[in-house]
Each structure stands twice: as C-alpha cells, then as structure tokens.
Design a protein around this ligand. Structure first.
Ligand code: FAD
Ligand code: MLT
Ligand code: ZN
Length: 464
C-alpha cells in the first residue's frame, strides 16, 4: 500500500494531480474494453500530456516494478488495451498535436492521441489524407492504429498502417525516448525500430508520435452494393473489379445472413428484395468526377455473377449503402455479444473456408450461427459466432482457428493478438519465431513491465 501511495505521488509529480485518476468511477471507462469481454482494475489511470511526461510515467512505473498498459481510443477488439489487474493505464489521448503537412514529401507528424477522424479533418484542406480508414474512426487513435498495425477498409489500395508509417517516436521500457520523425524516405542505418513497434500492441514501447505518409484525397466517389451468388463469386468479382479499375478503393464482403441481421438490428431498409447469398460493397474514387460509368461497365463485365446492384454517387445515398457494412460490428454486439475472430486466408482458399466454417460451427455448437464479413481482397474474414452455448467460447475459438491454420491462414489479420489469442499464437508462428519474439521482448523490456499478458504470455503464465 505504501508502495502504491509512493508511486501515485511520483506520478502526480510527473503529470499533475488532475491527470492521475485513481477514483473508481473515473477509472471505470478505461478498465473495460469495447466488447465488454475484458476488464480489470487499474492501480491508476495516468494521462501524460507530453513525450517527456510519458517517459517520466514509464520510468516511475519501472522503478516501482508496476506494469503499464498503453491505451488510445480503447476500440481494440482483442482485450489488449485494458488492465488485467494492478497495472497503470497510460492514456495517450492528450498527445493531440498535428504538425504542418509537408507538401514536398506529403507527410505529417501526429501525436499518438490524435483521433483518426480529427486527423482526417485537419488534413482535408491540404487535399491529403491518411490512407487507413475504419468504422471506429471517431475514437481510434494514431498510437492505437500503429500499435495494432490496423487494416480497415482501404488496404487493397494503400496497405495497412505499417505502410503509412515513415517513422515513430516512442518511450521504451526504461523510460528512454527513441525518435525517427525526420521523414527520411530512405534510411538504411540498421534495425528499423519504428517498424518493430508497428503491431507490437504496446509490448515493446509506448508510441508518442508518428511521421505518416499521406495520399491525395479522391473526393469524387461512387459506391455500389452488389448482390452475388456465393462467397466464391464475391472473391471472383472483387478480383475482376480490382484488375479492371484503377479507381477501386474498397471491396468489402458481407454474407447474406449478416446483411439481414444488420438491417434488422439497425432498422435499415434492406438493399435487395431478396437477401442474396453474399454482397460486395465496392467504392471507386477520383479527383475529377465520380467514375460511375467505369464502375458500371466493369460490373457488367462480371456477367451473371452479379445478380443485383444498388449504386450511387450522392453522399447521402452512399452513406446509406455504407450502413449495411459499417454498422455490422455494433449490430453483432447488440445481438450477442459474439465470439469475435479476425482471420486471414490465402485468397484461393477463402471461399472454401467460408463455406466450411459455417457448416462446422453449426454442427459442433447447436444453436450457434456464423456471421462472416470482411476485407475480401486482403483475404481477411471477420468470423463472428452468435448463440454458442455459455462456456463454449474457447471451443469455438479452437474450432475456427484450427480450420484457419489448416487452410494456411493467419489467426490474427488486423486486430492483433491482445489477450484474446495469446494461447493460439503457436498456430500461426513457428517455435523459432516465438523464441525470437521472446528474445526481442526480453531485450527491450527485461522486467516485463509493458503490457504483460498481451501478445505473449505473461511471465510464469501457462499457455494452451
Ligand atoms: P486501443 O484500443 O486503445 O489499443 C489497442 C492496442 O494498442 C492495445 O494493445 C494498446 O495497449 C495498444 N496501444 C494503444 N495506443 C498505444 C500507444 N500509443 N503506444 C503503444 N501501444 C498502444 N481494426 C482494424 O484493423 N480494421 C477495422 O476495420 C476495424 N474496424 C473496427 C470497427 C469498430 C466498430 C471497432 C469498435 C473496432 C474496429 N477495429 C478495426 C479495431 C480498432 O479500432 C483498431 O484496433 C484500432 O487500431 C485501435 O485503436 P485505439 O486507439 O482504439 O487503440
Ligand atoms: C470491421 O472490419 O468492421 C472490423 O474489423 C470490426 C469487426 O471485426 O467487428
Ligand atoms: Zn475489419
């Protein structure tokens, strides 16, 4: 107790008393994740306002041998952003500085706490944007996007968050600060620490700022929701459109039962008279005029694979089409909560996996249904299982992730490993890779104070 009080006093000295939250009610929102599956009591929540303060907080915690959990917008879906019990939550949300857009390099420096939607709004006058976009844009932060290597809706054109990061500033476990914010496009001077921190889920360092590559906005857009005959046809149509259309930014898959569920849960007008086996939401962008004819011609070229289509270039109607895709996560949460599994497959095996997983889950867990959607050209499926018997969650994970591994896929496509999948990492990573992971973690965080139990088992924990 004395140690706790001494640490709290030290933290107050670093960030100011009003940014050390130790009141139970005030802490509560930081202690439970978006899915409400993961929760734990924090020793305190600390809200540093500068990189130096983050360094001071990490040093104080390291000195007291108390673990820290970095937290951004707390929209993560694998339980990595909340404490297990007794850690200090370091909220980065006050690091909201955005530097000027450099017109020559097309880059910007943004603080870890900058919310994605705010960043895009600040960049808009410069005619540029960050190429990563996702439905959690009004809460997810730059630091969280980096730490999870977030993917989202536009990876097919521009890649994941990793591809947008030119360099990072971060605080390491001993409180030292490493910084690569100079914006050098080329820098072959040894280990790329910034790249190592991307996707490290707060286990190797606390990201305080990022130098980001931007893309020119393409504000003239056309969106279409296409009814297709099967997941196999959805894959084929998406690949065809990608090959024909330089303007294609988005290709999102939603299977029929999920399309019906989101309409029912969210009170949306169903987009088609009959619920199709699957639907594809596609979007094209241009700087000049919305490529409506180009998209229509390419869709026609897909022949009988596309059975129906709703198309619009008007912002309000496009937003209505997007609701059928973007509101799925909320709809499933309201109908569930679901068992959420985010996986990727080789594209050639995606349709077979999608068909198999639905049948195998229904056969193994009476009353359970599989909802599938995702970023089809990335091979990324979100498998959400509703209605599995209480207590069968781990068995659902074992079945689905086992099928993924057998099909040569990854058990974590874009949400990360967090606490949810620590026990399954061996399905996607070899013993040699896991040993290298442990060596890296041991070298950068020998006392294990950065997000223990996330990505790798906490020291002393048994792993399944
Ligand atoms: P948090 O949830 O706060 O943290 C996530 C992880 O990053 C934790 O392990 C945390 O410790 C670590 N972390 C956070 N900030 C830092 C930092 N500064 N330094 C070091 N570690 C840090 N994800 C996708 O990839 N694609 C999607 O399409 C997508 N859609 C979503 C839609 C909805 C409705 C929701 C709720 C979530 C969605 N997500 C998606 C998941 C989530 O939004 C992303 O993982 C996002 O990157 C998390 O950002 P955050 O700021 O909320 O991070
Ligand atoms: C999405 O693509 O909408 C997400 O990654 C969120 C989810 O999986 O629910
Ligand atoms: Zn996703």
């Amino acid at each position: 107790m004395a140690g706790r009080e001494a640490l709290l006093a030290e933290l107050r000295g670093v960030v100011g008393a009003r940014h050390v939250l130790d009141d139970e009610d005030v802490r509560a929102g930081y202690e439970v994740d978006w899915t409400r599956r993961w929760r734990g009591e924090a020793l305190a929540v600390v809200r540093p306002g500068t990189t130096a303060e983050v360094a001071g907080v990490v040093s104080a915690c390291a000195g007291a041998r108390v673990a820290v959990v970095p937290q951004g917008g707390n929209t993560g879906l694998v339980g990595g952003s909340v404490p297990a019990g007794g850690e200090v939550v370091v909220s980065l949300r006050r690091l909201v500085d955005v530097g000027p857009v450099d017109p020559l390099s097309g880059q910007v420096t943004a603080g870890a706490g900058v919310v994605l939607a705010d960043l895009q709004a600040q960049l808009a006058p410069a005619g540029r944007e960050l190429a990563v976009d996702l439905a959690a844009r009004s809460s997810a932060t730059v630091g969280g996007l980096v730490a999870t290597n977030a993917g989202g809706l536009r990876v097919l054109r521009h890649g994941t968050m990793r591809h947008q990061v030119v360099g990072l500033e971060a605080v390491l476990a001993d409180g030292s600060v490493v910084s690569r914010l100079g914006g050098l496009a080329k820098d072959a001077t040894g280990y790329d620490l910034s790249s190592l921190l991307v996707g490290s889920e707060g286990t190797l360092g606390v990201v305080t700022a990022a130098r980001l590559r931007l893309v020119p906005t393409r504000p003239e857009r056309v969106t279409a929701l296409l009814a297709v005959r099967s997941v196999a046809d959805a894959v084929a149509v998406a690949a065809e459109l990608r090959d024909r259309l330089d303007s294609l930014d988005v290709a999102e898959l939603v299977v029929g039962p999920t399309l019906a569920l989101v309409a029912r849960q969210r009170g949306l007008v169903p987009p088609f008279a009959v619920v199709p086996p699957a639907a594809l939401l596609v979007e094209c962008g241009s700087r000049e005029s919305a490529p409506v004819d180009e998209l229509a011609e390419a869709v026609l070229g897909c022949g009988a694979m596309v059975e129906d289509a709703a198309v619009s270039e008007h912002p309000s109607e496009r937003a209505r089409l997007w609701q059928h895709r973007e509101e799925i996560t909320e709809a499933l949460q309201a109908a569930g909560p679901p068992r959420k599994l985010d996986v990727s497959l080789p594209l050639a095996g995606l349709a077979t996996f999608a068909d198999d997983v639905v049948v195998r889950v229904a056969a193994s867990f009476p009353g359970a249904t599989c909802h599938l959607f995702g970023h089809v050209l990335d091979g990324n499926l979100h498998v959400n299982v509703l209605g599995a018997p209480e207590g069968d969650g781990e068995a659902v994970d074992a079945l689905v992730l086992g099928l993924v591994a057998a099909a040569g896929g990854s058990i974590g496509a874009e949400h990360g490993i967090g606490r949810a999948k620590v026990g399954w990492l061996h399905l996607s990573r070899s013993p040699a890779e896991l040993a290298a992971f442990r060596s890296v973690k041991g070298a950068l965080d020998p006392a294990g104070i950065l997000n223990p139990g996330v990505l790798l088992p906490a020291p002393g924990a048994t792993s399944s």
